[in-house]
Write a protein that binds this ligand. Structure first.
Ligand code: SF4
Length: 598
C-alpha cells in the first residue's frame, strides 16, 4: 500500500513573469494562503502591475470557492459534502465540531480564529468522511478525531505539529489489471518514439484504440493528430488533473503513485504535436500532492526525460509546469480549464474552435486527463496487442473506477472495459443494492434491472465514479445532493443552467417536504429537458440527469411523496399564518381578511 503524507507546505510556483496577466490566479492563490484572504491593497497592486481592472480581479476572486475577499479564520475547515460523505455521517461530525468550537457551519468565529463550512467532494470517497483544514486533507473522520481536532485548534497547535496520522491518504487499490500490473520503465516509451518516429507513435495509439478516459471517449490518436497538423508557432500539452466529479478519486491515486508514467505520456504527446511546454492543472483539493509531483518532475529533468535535448535528441525540448486550481468544478471542462490557466474565471468557451486548433494562449493544444496520458505511455511501452488483450472491440483496454458508498470494499479498481455492473458489485462486496450512480453527479442512476449493463463507451461511458446505494437509502436525498452540487457549481454564464439549477433545487424541495403534485413532477421533467437542450456547456446539459433519471427509473420515490391534489403552491400560506393567528388569538376564517384584523 502506498502512503503519502500530505502535510506539506506549498512550494513556490515559479511565477516569474511579473506583468503577465495570465499569472493572476496563481498569484491570488498564493495571497490567499499567506494572508487568509485577498486584501484590498493587494487587489489594487495587482490591478496596476497586471494592467487589469479591479472589477476583473474581484470577479476572479468571487468565481473560485477557495479565494476570499474577506479574512477566513486561522483554521479554515471545509467538510467534504458529497452524498457518500453524508452517508458516512459527515453532517453529524461537522455539527459536533461546530458545537465544540462555538462556530456555526458557514460562519467565521467572532475572534477570527475559526471558519467552518462545507465544500464540494474533495476526492476522498474511499476514506471519508474527510475535510480540508487550511487546504490540507484530513481523512477517516470519527467522533474521536473530531474531538481531537477541536482540542488541537483550541490549544492553537500549528498544523505542522498535528499528528501525521490525521493527514494520511491511503492508496486503496482493490483490483489491478493490465495497466496497474505492468512495470513501467522510465524513458522506454520516449526512446521507442525516438527510434520509430512520431507517425508510428500515432499509428500505435490508433491501433490500440485508446480513447479519452474522461468519459467522452474521443480518439486520442486523432486528437493528437489534429493538433499536430494545425500550423502554429507553438503547441501545448495540458493534463487535466482537475478531478472534480463527485465520487471520483482514482486520479488522486495515479498522481500519487504513478506521476512518472503520466509525465512520460505528456512527453510523448509533446513529441507528437511539436510542443515545448506542458502544464499540469492540479485541482486545489489535491494541493498536498504538489510537492511530490514537483520532485518527480525534477528527477525526470535530472534523467534527461524532460528539459533540453531529451534523451540526447537535440531538437526535442519539452518541460512541464504545474498550475493550481482553486475550487471550481467547471474548470474540469477543457475550455474552462484553459481560461483558468490563463488567469481568468473558468467560463466555458463557445466551440468550435476546439482547443486542438485554438487552445491555450490561442495556440493548438491537446488536453487529456491523467489516465489517458498514462495509458498512452504504457501502450507505447507494452505494445498495442497488450492493450487490446482486454476490453471490447469498441472500448479496448481497462478503466479505473473510484468505488464508494454502500459496499464492503470501497477503493480503486481497474476493470477491463465491458465489465458488467453486477460483476463490479460482487467485487466491491455490495449487497442489497438499490441503485448505482455511474459517472458521478453528471452520470446516470442505474436501477437493478439494468445491472447487466457494462461499463464501455458503447454502453455506459464513465469518467470513473461509481457510487453504490443500498436499499436502506433514501435515493431522493442523493438526487437532491447532486442537484444542489450543480446549483453551486454552475458558473452562471447562461440562463438555462444558472436559473434552471436553482429551480430544480426548489422543485425538489417541494417534493421532499410533501407539497408536490403530479403537475410538479411534469414541470421537473420539462425543466430538466429544457436545460439539456439549451444550456451552453456540458455542466448544464447534464445537471438535470439525476432528476430525469430518478423520474424515469425510480418514479416511486417521487410519487410516494405526492399530495393527492392536482395543484399545490410551493408556499404554504396557512402554515405561515399560524404564528400570527396564535399571537392575535384569532382562529376564525376571517382573521386575515380585509377588515378582519385586530
Ligand atoms: Fe456556465 Fe452552466 Fe452555462 Fe456551462 S451551462 S456555461 S456551467 S451556466
Amino acid at each position: 500500500m502506498v502512503e503519502d503524507n500530505p502535510k506539506q507546505t506549498m512550494p513556490d510556483m515559479h511565477i516569474d513573469q511579473e506583468n503577465d496577466p495570465s499569472t493572476l490566479l496563481q498569484r491570488l492563490i498564493k495571497l490567499q494562503q499567506s494572508s487568509r484572504y485577498i486584501p484590498d491593497e493587494a487587489i489594487n497592486h495587482l490591478a496596476e502591475s497586471l494592467d487589469l481592472s479591479r472589477a476583473f480581479i474581484l470577479g476572479v476572486i468571487q468565481f473560485y470557492s477557495f479565494l476570499h475577499s474577506s479574512p477566513r479564520g486561522e483554521y479554515d475547515i471545509l467538510f467534504s459534502d458529497n452524498i457518500t460523505d453524508q452517508m458516512q455521517g459527515s453532517r453529524l461530525l461537522a455539527e459536533r465540531l461546530s458545537r465544540h468550537l462555538g462556530v456555526r457551519v458557514g460562519q467565521t468565529r467572532d475572534d477570527q480564529r475559526i471558519s467552518l463550512d462545507y465544500t464540494s467532494c474533495i476526492g476522498m470517497g474511499d476514506q471519508g468522511p474527510a475535510a480540508l483544514v487550511n487546504g490540507q486533507t484530513i481523512t477517516r473522520l470519527t467522533p474521536e478525531r473530531i474531538d481531537q481536532l477541536a482540542t488541537l485548534i483550541e490549544q492553537a497547535v500549528p498544523l505542522d505539529n498535528w499528528p501525521t496520522e490525521l493527514f494520511q491518504v491511503s492508496a486503496d487499490v482493490k483490483r489491478r489489471d493490465i495497466v496497474l500490473n505492468s512495470n513501467y520503465v522510465p524513458g522506454a516509451a520516449i526512446l521507442r518514439c525516438q527510434e520509430e518516429g512520431t507517425e508510428e507513435l500515432l499509428n500505435r495509439l490508433e491501433q490500440a484504440g485508446l480513447r479519452g478516459c474522461g468519459g467522452a471517449g474521443f480518439s486520442t490518436a486523432r486528437k493528437w493528430q489534429l493538433c499536430a497538423t494545425t500550423q502554429a508557432i507553438e503547441h501545448y500539452v495540458i493534463c487535466n488533473a482537475d478531478e472534480g466529479e463527485p465520487g471520483t478519486f482514482k486520479d488522486r491515486y495515479l498522481l500519487q503513485a504513478h506521476a512518472d508514467r503520466l509525465f512520460e505520456g505528456m512527453t510523448l504527446c509533446a513529441a507528437a504535436i511539436g510542443a515545448t511546454r506542458g502544464i499540469l492543472y492540479l485541482r486545489g483539493e489535491y494541493r498536498y500532492l504538489l510537492e511530490s509531483l514537483q520532485r518527480t518532475l525534477q528527477q525526470r529533468r535530472g534523467n534527461s526525460l524532460l528539459g533540453h535535448a531529451i534523451l540526447g535528441q537535440d531538437d526535442f525540448n519539452f518541460d512541464i509546469t504545474i498550475q493550481m486550481g482553486a475550487g471550481a468544478y467547471i474548470c474540469g471542462e477543457e475550455s474552462a480549464l484553459i481560461e483558468s490557466l490563463e488567469g481568468r474565471r473558468g467560463i466555458p468557451d463557445v466551440r468550435p474552435p476546439f482547443p486542438v486548433t485554438r487552445g491555450y494562449q490561442g495556440m493548438p493544444t491537446v488536453v487529456n486527463n491523467v489516465e489517458t496520458f498514462i495509458n498512452a505511455a504504457m501502450i507505447i511501452q507494452q505494445g498495442t496487442g497488450w492493450y487490446r488483450s482486454v476490453g471490447t472491440t469498441q472500448s479496448p483496454g481497462t478503466k479505473l473506477l473510484s468505488i464508494s458508498g454502500d459496499c464492503g470494499q470501497p477503493g480503486i479498481y481497474e476493470f477491463p472495459f465491458g465489465t458488467s455492473i453486477n460483476d463490479i458489485l460482487v467485487a466491491c462486496q455490495a449487497h442489497h443494492t438499490q441503485a448505482v450512480q455511474v459517472g458521478g453527479a453528471a452520470g446516470h442512476l442505474i436501477p437493478p434491472a439494468e445491472f447487466n449493463r457494462t461499463l464501455a463507451f458503447e454502453d455506459l461511458a464513465t469518467g470513473g465514479s461509481f457510487m453504490v446505494f443500498n436499499q436502506g437509502r433514501e435515493l431522493l436525498k442523493a438526487i437532491d445532493n447532486f442537484t444542489r452540487f450543480f446549483r453551486h457549481e454552475s458558473c452562471g454564464f447562461c440562463t438555462p443552467c444558472r436559473v434552471g439549477t436553482s429551480l430544480l433545487v426548489k422543485q425538489l424541495e417541494k417534493v421532499m417536504v410533501g407539497h408536490a403534485t403530479i403537475r410538479d413532477l411534469d414541470e421537473l421533467g420539462t425543466l430538466g429537458n429544457l436545460m439539456r437542450q439549451t444550456s451552453h456547456c456540458g455542466l448544464g446539459h447534464t445537471a438535470a440527469n439525476p432528476v430525469l433519471d430518478g423520474l424515469q427509473k425510480f418514479p416511486g420515490i417521487f410519487q410516494s411523496r405526492l399530495r393527492s391534489t392536482s395543484f399545490e403552491p410551493a408556499f404554504d400560506l396557512d402554515a405561515s399564518l399560524e404564528e400570527a393567528r396564535t399571537l392575535t388569538g384569532r382562529s376564525d376564517s376571517g382573521a386575515h381578511l380585509e377588515g378582519g384584523g385586530v
